[in-house]
Design a protein around this ligand. Structure first.
Ligand code: SF4
Ligand code: SF4
Length: 394
């Protein structure tokens, strides 16, 4: 769906949105808080719509403006997304609207963290972290960010990394960051529980969706964190978006998002938005969060299919004699086929250093996936990307 069609659609009309030109926000009528379901992001006190914008894969400022027009308030990016183009695009948009009309969250990934174990190294330094953060501020063209996340922590050692934690607290004291948090999509219950114990974190950004195979632990961690006053933001809400490699069977996006929001401990969500029809669905859910019986039965039917989403439970890893980073390889597979983003897949593959044909020495696969993935087939398939030069696909 193109922007013009989007604005003719029922959502835009119902929200009382008027078309605006390039001259910033003059003339636009953003919806009132009463039309949208808001929650308070824990101890931050930030009032946010239950649906926010996961900007990760979008470089389209018209899409961001349409979301802002439609009442979205929080925009989530990261230092590393699209080699910085993501933050730069957002910076261009932010320079045209009042600073108080949006919240922005960005993430900085500490250097030198082992992608298999999640453990830091001597390269994990404050200097590197600060340098990246300062560049992010410049790209975003703002004086401060509302939330700064440590990007992708998956071990207690990273949650408690003294140098990085001190740097984040210092940035908060200096007013360059209002609130600090951690993003996590592996070992999430452990990370969240550790954050609660430490008591210094304002927000957690965590994977959370109906396809996770350890939902009891997730629900318990979210409940504890919310009770402790932490803001909870959910990502990976669409569980990969598609149930098959050919993209003939989409995840029911509306039902999947409502399922996440039906947990009152979740304060907002950041579905990745790359097209106007996705935005239309997300704006609809932002106003109507009720998970219907039909939504539920569709999710139950989908849950039995393997899909593309690996929830990084690592249950398969002990069965692999080569100790392959299977969760990361499966995530690269999802990026390539679910997101149709070969650049992201290629970047992740290069971080794993698993090589072009990591299963070649195995006569049969002894690793088993709880979701029923054919691991050997998927690994052989996605590993072909290793031999394609990055500049041809990024
Ligand atoms: S086929 Fe690949 S994933 Fe399976 S056990 Fe062998 S190396 Fe591991
Ligand atoms: S491939 Fe399957 S078993 Fe392995 S981490 Fe992913 S979901 Fe878990």
């Amino acid at each position: 769906m193109k922007r013009r069609t989007f604005f003719r659609s029922g959502i835009a009309g119902a929200a009382g949105i008027t078309m605006i030109g390039n001259s910033a926000f003059a003339g636009s009528v953003r919806p009132d808080e009463g039309e949208i379901v808001y929650r308070t992001l824990g101890r931050t006190g930030l009032r946010v719509p239950v649906v926010s914008f996961g900007v990760m894969r979008s470089d389209n400022s018209s899409l961001v403006r349409a979301a802002w027009d439609g009442g979205m308030k929080m925009f989530d990016t990261a230092h590393g997304y699209m080699n910085g183009r993501n933050e730069e695009m957002l910076g261009g948009f932010f320079s045209t609207v009042p600073r108080e009309s949006f919240f922005v969250a960005t993430k900085v990934k500490p250097a030198g963290v082992d992608s298999r174990t999640g453990l830091p190294s001597r390269e994990t330094t404050s200097e590197d972290f600060l340098q990246k953060f300062d560049l992010s501020l410049k790209r975003l063209r703002i004086e401060y960010v509302d939330i700064l996340y440590m990007h992708s922590a998956e071990s207690v050692e990273m949650v408690r990394h003294r140098e990085i934690v001190k740097t984040m607290l210092d940035l908060k004291k200096q007013g360059k960051v209002r609130f600090i948090g951690i993003s996590t999509h592996k070992n999430e219950p452990l990370v969240i529980n550790t954050m609660v114990e430490d008591g210094i974190w304002d927000v957690v950004l965590t994977s959370y969706n109906y396809r996770q195979t350890y939902l009891d632990e997730m629900n318990s961690a979210i409940e504890k964190a919310a009770a402790a006053g932490m803001g909870i933001v959910a990502m990976k809400t669409m569980a990969g978006g598609w149930l098959d490699r050919e993209r003939t069977k989409p995840v029911n996006a509306q039902a999947a998002l409502r399922w996440v929001i039906s947990n009152p401990g979740v304060h907002t969500t950041i579905p990745g938005i790359t097209a106007f029809d996705q935005l239309e669905t997300d704006l609809k859910v932002m106003r109507d969060i009720v998970l219907t019986d039909q939504d539920k039965s569709e999710l139950v039917a989908e849950a039995g299919l393997p899909g593309l989403y690996c929830n990084a439970c690592s249950k398969c890893v002990p069965g692999c004699p080569n100790n392959l980073p299977i969760p990361e390889l499966m995530r690269a597979y999802m990026y390539a086929y679910g997101y149709r983003n070969a650049g992201m897949a290629s970047e992740l593959l290069s971080q794993t250093a698993a090589g072009a044909d990591p299963c070649s020495g195995c006569s049969g696969c002894s690793a088993t996936c709880v979701r029923g993935f054919d691991l050997r087939e998927k690994i052989s398939d996605i590993s072909r990307l290793v031999n394609v030069p990055y500049d041809l696909i990024a």
